[in-house]
Write a protein that binds this ligand. Structure first.
Ligand SMILES: Cc1cc2nc3c(=O)[nH]c(=O)nc-3n(C[C@H](O)[C@H](O)[C@H](O)COP(=O)(O)O)c2cc1C
Length: 346
């Protein structure tokens, strides 16, 4: 069944969607996710296999495959995504006020590299709309006894806005991821600076009751052939660990110049990120082992990729681009491949 549905996506649905402009394709392709999809039970033996059970910052999850922020910006697709067997969901990024984002064109595909480039700039309906949506969804989840954790990604360009979002949303979700790393919002760079990051984390720590994760930037030096800025990343993680934050997500999309986008630059996602993502995890794990949980995100397309990220030090993995390229069965595909690797290694 898994291979039939995957082939259906590869041979029929993806070619149709990829013949459309990316934003139109995304709107059409995600529409069915507003509803429950009757595949959860079929794939349960894979996604709920005891060998895959793990944790997201202390919360038990059935498998390590989560959705990355951005796939469900307005908490519209929770019923559908839950049916697909993910171990957890990240919704958002949500901001204090509704935002339209940048003007089009703002998403491009790079099919040869299996990449997506975007300059969306946080279009979302704002925190008030998100809490209404999450409130009604949580009531349904409680009724159906569904315990898959929902993590809300929040952001803003000043501390007060982020604190406001956190306070409003935390009661309705299982954890919060703060996005200080989108390359499409210049104002977020203030949080890459030690003292501002520290102030933000102190304010959030004063009120938080649930796991908190910081989504790290994909820091590169464009003057040095796009080499990774490892010392700067380690410095940020040291502030994060000093503030006893539960986890980090490594990483957001990679800054890139692209004249096809209305803004002239954006963030790249997908396969080209994979090697950098693994390298960043290895460096951080070497320095901070046991002090912080790591969620791997960037170019994970297969069970083998997920396995490499976990071996490098990640607790869970998150995906966005492989959902677009390999289709909605992606959690089950990665989990079935992971299961084979686990069985072979034991
Ligand atoms: C169209 C698009 C929108 C995104 N929106 C967000 C967002 O709102 N918040 C965020 O933290 N990351 C966002 N991301 C980044 C992803 O969460 C992820 O970090 C990145 O795509 C790398 O993972 P991938 O290679 O699996 O796609 C977005 C990515 C894409 C392609």
């Amino acid at each position: 069944m898994l291979s039939i549905l995957t082939q259906l996506y590869n041979l029929i649905i993806r070619p149709i969607l990829f013949s459309l402009p990316p934003e139109t394709a995304q709107k059409i392709g995600t529409f069915p996710l507003r509803f429950k999809i009757p595949v959860k039970k079929i794939f349960a033996p894979i996604n709920n296999n005891i060998l895959l059970t793990t944790e997201y910052c202390g919360i038990k999850i059935n498998n390590p495959v989560g959705t990355a922020a951005g796939l469900d910006k307005d908490c519209m697709f929770i019923p559908g995504i839950l049916s697909l067997g993910f171990g957890y969901l990240t919704v958002g990024t949500i901001t204090a006020s509704p935002l339209k984002g940048n003007s089009a064109p703002r998403i491009m595909r790079d099919t040869q590299q299996k990449a997506i480039v975007n300059a969306l700039g946080f279009p979302n309906n704002g925190v008030e709309a998100a809490i209404k949506k999450l409130d009604s969804i949580q009531q349904k989840l409680n009724k159906d006894n569904i315990q898959t954790p929902i993590i809300a990604s929040i952001s803003g360009i000043n501390i007060d806005d982020i604190v406001y979002c956190h306070k409003k949303i935390e009661p309705l979700v299982n954890g919060i991821e703060i996005n200080i790393s989108s390359p499409n919002t210049e104002g977020l760079k203030i949080f890459h600076e030690k003292s501002t990051l520290s102030k933000l984390l102190t304010r959030i720590n004063d009120m938080r009751t649930k796991p908190l994760v910081i989504k790290m930037p994909h820091l590169i030096d464009s003057t040095k052939n796009n080499t990774l800025k490892i010392p700067e990343l380690l410095e940020m993680v040291s502030i994060i660990t000093e503030n006893n934050i539960d986890g980090i997500t490594i990483a957001n999309s990679m800054p890139i110049i692209d004249s096809r986008l209305s803004t002239g630059n954006g963030g790249m996602s997908g396969k080209p990120l994979f090697n950098n993502m693994i390298k960043i995890i290895q460096e951080i794990d070497k320095e901070f082992k046991g002090k912080i949980k790591i969620h791997a995100c960037g170019g994970i397309f297969s069970g083998e990729d997920a396995w490499s990220a976990i071996e490098a030090g990640a607790e869970t993995i998150q995906i966005y681009s492989s959902f677009i390229y390999r289709g909605p069965t992606i959690a089950s595909l990665i989990n079935s491949e992971l299961l084979k690797l686990k069985k072979n290694s034991s």
